[in-house]
Ligand binder design. Structure first.
Ligand code: FAD
Ligand code: NAD
Length: 446
């Protein structure tokens, strides 16, 4: 065999596994098809550039209205500088390691132990290893209606815009749709978000209403229940409550979900099975249907977050070099965050899910308008909500729609993992003024 481990895809799990395995003296090949993607989706076209821009767009409120367009261009340049620096650092981290070969090209299986690499210059080579880890990520779902427009962008493409759109129409009301809505509204664009379903249909109604009103307060127009027909030139046609409608804009973003990058992998040659959506099927150790082949990150479907991919690394590392005790079955409670100007962090069960589970629950709620720490930072929009077992005080879940929610929720995650109950937060001594101290009052209602 040429290597101990081949990793296909330079994602979060893959690059971490390559570095940690090399540190154990293993010989690793990491295959990446695009030099623009060294380091993967998160740093190049995902979390990092979008969160940099969401943050910059929050600060746009301090910019003279007349120069908002210039501020947008400057913010995009700063975002590019950050991405380029991170990409170079990610590459250097692996390329400088004598046990790791970073190979440019697209990987596809020829057997359960061998991968063909098609390099950008058209050359192919074949390499082999006992263990192969697939970390090829996901790509956006293309619209199912007709699109013929030079100004229709995916989330990746819109990150290269050179001019701030006057009117951005966003198709899809999920993570990407709502984060870009908040971002572009912050930069000064008129933003309309059109969606097929009800706004945040999987959330509790009070939580969804809080997020919706915050976006509307930013000036975002939200149109629910759309059936999309076509996007031609600058016009999107759709049906709404039985009526034909059209909207024109100078930019369109479609954000209709993401699907696994498995089409090019020739998985059949290795005996690796996928589900109906093309996601690689794995067991709790992230082993695929072929014994020496593992899959990590978005390519497995399900939760698509950078920290899930990182935890996938921990599970595979435990299976390869440890006792295999860390699995998907013993993953600790962890949150998800929608990074709108006022972020929404969610962990555990919603009120609806808790009621459906048949448990006796108590619902605790707090308006951020009652939190001094939120007044101090002049950001008292939103609410906190927790769902607690009525008898034991066990924390079943929470939704934090407030400034710094993405940080505060990690306090809850740790407490939940350690089995802390509502009383713990009720009596905890927090700094003042802070957002965390609102947890005293939230859980004090138990
Ligand atoms: C706009 C946007 C914003 C996001 N924001 C957040 C956020 O705030 N927080 C968060 O946690 N998550 C966020 N995500 C999700 C997060 O980015 C992904 O879940 C995560 O990056 C997936 O990592 P991965 O390890 O699966 O692989 P990726 O990082 O996607 O890496 C896969 C790599 O494989 C390469 N590749 C694919 N096929 C082949 C092949 N055949 N041969 C060789 N190479 C190949 C690709 O070029 C890519 O570099 C966001 C995603 C997007 C799109
Ligand atoms: N903050 C974060 O952690 C973050 C940010 C961005 C993206 N992400 C990850 O990236 C993934 C992809 O984001 P996304 O916003 O594209 O997906 P999503 O699944 O969050 O939302 C997709 C939206 O498109 C709608 N939709 C799907 N098919 C449709 C169709 N045919 N017609 C009309 N509407 C349709 C869905 O109802 C949904 O509202 C997320 O699920 C998330 O895992 C995470």
């Amino acid at each position: 065999m040429d290597y101990d481990i081949i990793v296909i895809g330079f994602g979060k799990a893959g690059k971490t596994l390559a570095a940690k395995s090399a540190a154990l003296g293993k010989k690793v090949a990491l295959i990446e098809r695009s030099p623009q993607m060294y380091g993967g989706t998160c740093i190049n076209v995902g979390c990092i550039p979008t969160k940099r821009l969401v943050t910059a767009s929050k600060e746009a409120g301090f910019v003279n209205f007349g120069v908002l367009g210039e501020y947008f261009v400057l913010s995009m340049q700063k975002k590019d500088e950050l991405v380029e620096a991170l990409r170079a650092k990610n590459l250097a981290m692996l390329k400088g390691n004598p046990n790791i070969d970073v190979i440019d090209g697209e990987g596809s299986f020829t057997s359960a132990n061998s991968v063909r690499v098609l390099s950008p210059d058209g050359q192919t080579r074949e390499i082999s290893a006992e263990t192969i880890v697939v970390n090829t990520g996901s790509r956006e779902v293309e619209p199912s209606f007709e699109v013929n427009s030079q100004i229709a962008y995916s989330s990746e493409e819109i990150l290269n815009l050179k001019i701030l759109p006057k009117h951005l129409v966003i198709i899809g009301g999920g993570f990407i749709g709502l984060e870009f809505a908040s971002m572009f509204a912050g930069f000064g664009s008129k933003v309309s978000v059109l969606m097929r379903s009800k706004f945040m249909k999987n959330e509790d109604e009070d939580v969804a209403a809080s997020v919706k009103s915050a976006l509307q307060a930013q000036g975002v127009e939200i149109i629910e229940g759309c059936e999309f027909l076509s996007l031609k030139g600058d016009e999107l046609k759709f049906n709404l409550a039985g009526e034909s409608k059209a909207v024109t804009a100078d930019a369109f973003l479609y954000a209709l979900g993401r699907r696994a990058n498995t089409g090019e992998l020739n998985l059949a040659a290795a005996g690796v099975q996928t589900d109906a959506h093309g996601n690689i099927i794995t067991n709790e150790h992230l082993q695929s249907s072929a014994a020496g082949i593992y899959a990590a990150g978005d390519v497995r479907g399900g939760e698509m977050f950078t920290y899930t991919s990182l935890d996938d690394f921990r599970i595979i590392f435990s299976a390869l070099f440890g006792d295999g005790a860390r699995t998907t079955k013993n993953r600790a409670p962890h949150a998800s965050v929608l990074f709108t100007h006022t972020p929404l962090a969610r962990i555990g069960l919603s009120e609806r899910q808790a009621r459906e589970s048949g448990r006796e629950i108590k619902v605790l709620k707090l308006s951020m308008a009652a939190v001094p720490g939120a007044k101090v930072v002049a950001h008292d929009e939103g609410m906190m909500k927790a769902v607690v077992d009525a008898a034991s005080g066990e924390i079943l879940g929470a939704a934090l729609h407030c400034v710094n929610a993405h940080e505060i929720v990690n306090e809850l995650a740790i407490a939940m993992a350690l089995g802390a109950k509502a009383d713990f937060f009720k009596n905890q001594i927090f700094t003042h003024p802070s957002i965390s101290e609102a947890l005293n009052d939230l859980f004090g209602q138990f």
